[in-house]
Design a protein around this ligand. Sequence first.
Ligand code: M6P
Ligand code: ZN
Length: 188
Amino acid sequence: MSNLRVLVPPVSSDLATGVLTGGPVSEDVRTIRDLKGVFFDENARSERSQDEVVYRVLSYQPVPQGTSGGLFFGTTFVSPGSVGEECFMTKGHFHAKAEASEYYWGVLGEGLLLLMDRDRSLKVEKVARGSVHFIPAFTAHRLVNTGAETLAVGACWPADAGHDYEAIARDGFGVRVLKGQVLREEGR
Ligand code: M6P
Ligand code: ZN
């Protein structure tokens, strides 16, 4: 027998905050400017400070995007706030490889996970510290911060899932979350 070296993995996730450190960790930031057409009240969005951060995503992508069999790991941090009465949220997406599924889990804060399948059937799940959310194949997903603190949500998704933002930009998500209200949005 011979000694085998024990390695320290390159990335850590702070379980209390979801913050990823080490490398390589990438950061994507979405400001009010980037979210044109996402909120119901586009006027309210266009009139406010465009540089305000709505959410950011830290991710660890150890294999090239598109790698079959690979996995990515990340945390989404959605700021507290609203555009008009509508709570801050992510753009939301289907996967480009539509059959790819994903896990989300609540780390910090309070929010909702909006899920919409290909027939536009909706499901809304409560996101809280420790909640585990399986996002099935063919299902669009969007996070909403309904609380007063940052919402941090972990995610693990296939490296070849990709993002399809078009369908939601065109047809909407079918549900709008205002402060204290979850409303079905009909006929768009
Ligand atoms: C999670 C994952 C990412 C996604 C991010 C932000 O971290 O699902 O793939 O990019 O949330 O969501 P969106 O791409 O809809 O803005
Ligand atoms: Zn996804």
